[in-house]
Design a protein around this ligand. Structure first.
Ligand code: PFF
Length: 486
């Protein structure tokens, strides 16, 4: 039957697709530069704790909701709770998918553009970072350049999702993920064999604890959500194509392990090269697009390594972007009974269009500010700092407090009977982290966001944070009251 729900063809297919969603720009572009800015090894230590104590429990919860309901985020909450509040939470997840995809494709588009620039040999003229950053600013300052690659990347994403869960997402991930891994290993070997690479390794591995502040802990936590694709239902949607035979805690552990491994390897490849070529490691978001081309220009065989690097970045971004589009598509297929092909084409183009102001934020719309920031910055801020942690908060609350733990246990046990029998404490630990640790930590992130923006208290962004907080507190209050009255 054509409208029967697809399922992953194999366990490995699911792991690779989910790891593909997790491994993306967050690992290769963002993680190295935030680690570089926040004390290297010390930051990595804090980040690993956030991943293990908060990321992993929330990931298990998301996949579990998906598998139990066999639905998209809206359908899942409808099936499990039916209360309008939770359906709205699911809808916000679908909306977050739209928003993230709309600006994610812009950066991923730059990556394709940089493959072309590397092939053209443009990087060979980069004697120092100033030339390289001028070149970069020139490219992104050109609306046509940014829009073309944004469109190209969006079409690639649509192509994979159009082919379906098995033929597109699963088969695509089975090819792209091993290629990505091989490319990264080649780049790591290149990096560590450069003279002077040990300085890069030392920077990456020797902790500078003085750089660990409240803020860096919060950056680590926020990034943990982004990098594991949590809080907006992407993992829920992928979980909805799983069957009861699969062991969710073990699969989640494997996904988190692969995501962390790739981030660390990317860090090693990048910092060994940057130090060996005498560049500044703490330049922030420009590390990949400004600094690395200079590194490639100076490196023997640099053109080949530059092409490989930006190909790696593009593939990683593609396997993440397809998971974002799949959330939106699954919603229209499940809830509105649209044929998959129609949903992909319509919403692929809608996100492409919503992404246009993000693409123009670096050129013709760079002076058009909303609440003091460009459209791109607002989209990134809204999604990464509010919608994802907010979604994570509500998912933890739902599974920890609302769904009912007896039912949660029954569902989680499916496929992981042996784990339950042998290690009952692990399951108990998961419950505690989900019920108490994750919600409290995420609330702290929100409070911090308010603190960070104190100086701009009149800005509407702050109000968003406040509103989210107030809604949470009211909801918790009502929920507790209802429980007491039962
Ligand atoms: N995890 C992706 C990355 O690290 O680049 C980003 C992402 C993908 C976030 C999918 C959220 C999502 F649903």
């Amino acid at each position: 039957m054509s409208n029967q729900r697809e399922h992953w063809g194999s366990k490995a297919g699911f792991i690779l697709a989910a790891a593909g969603s997790a491994i993306g720009l967050g690992n290769i572009w963002k993680f190295p530069y935030i680690a570089g800015e926040n004390g290297g090894a010390a930051f990595i230590f804090v980040y690993l704790i956030c991943i293990a104590l908060i990321g992993l429990p929330v990931l298990i919860a998301e996949i579990l909701i998906g598998r139990t309901t066999q639905r998209n985020p809206v359908g899942a909450f409808k099936k499990l709770s039916g209360k309008p509040f939770w359906i709205i939470i699911g809808s916000i997840g679908v909306m977050a998918g739209f928003i993230i995809l709309s600006f994610y494709t812009v950066i991923a588009g730059w990556s394709i553009g940089y493959i072309v620039e590397a092939l053209k040999g443009s990087f060979s003229q980069f004697a120092d970072p100033k030339v390289s950053s001028d070149y970069f600013n020139n490219l992104v300052g050109n609306a046509g350049w940014v829009l073309s690659y944004h469109t190209l990347f969006s079409l690639l994403t649509m192509g994979v999702v159009y082919a379906g869960v098995n033929k597109g997402i699963e088969n695509g991930s089975k090819i792209m993920m091993p290629v990505l891994f091989i490319l990264l290993i080649i780049l790591v070997i290149r990096g560590i064999t450069l003279p002077g690479a040990e300085k890069g390794l030392a920077f990456f591995w020797s902790p500078d604890w003085s750089k660990i502040t409240g803020q860096s802990v919060l950056i680590a936590l926020g990034h943990a959500f982004f990098t594991i694709s949590l809080g907006m239902g992407a993992m829920m949607t992928y979980g909805s194509y799983l069957s009861d035979k699969d062991n969710i805690p073990i699969a989640s552990l494997q996904i988190v392990f692969l995501d962390t491994l790739i981030a660390l390897l990317a860090g090693i490849a990048i910092f060994t090269s940057v130090f060996a070529m005498g560049q500044d490691p703490a330049v922030g978001p420009g590390l990949i697009f400004h600094t690395l081309p200079v590194v490639f220009a100076k490196m023997p065989g640099g053109v080949i390594f530059a092409v490989l690097f930006f190909l790696l970045l593009t593939l990683a971004a593609l396997t993440s972007a397809i998971s974002l589009l799949e959330v939106v598509v699954a919603y229209f297929v499940d809830e509105r009974k649209w044929p998959r092909h129609k949903a992909v084409i319509v919403f692929g183009f809608v996100t492409l269009l919503i992404g246009v102001p993000s693409a123009l934020s670096f050129n013709v719309m760079s002076d058009v500010l909303f609440f003091g920031h460009t459209w791109f910055d607002n989209a990134d801020f809204l999604a990464s700092n509010i919608l994802l942690p907010g979604g994570g908060l509500f998912i933890s609350i739902f599974v920890g407090w609302v769904w009912g733990f007896d039912k949660v246990y029954i569902e989680l046990k499916k496929g992981s009977e042996t784990l339950f029998e042998k290690h009952p404490r692990i399951i108990l630990g998961w419950k505690i982290f989900l019920k108490y640790v994750s919600p409290v930590m995420i609330m702290i992130v929100f409070l911090h966001s308010i603190g960070l923006l104190e100086s701009a208290i009149l800005q509407i962004r702050t109000n968003w944070v406040m509103i989210s907080l107030i809604v949470t507190v009211i909801y918790l209050f009502i929920n507790l009251k209802m429980r007491n009255n039962k």
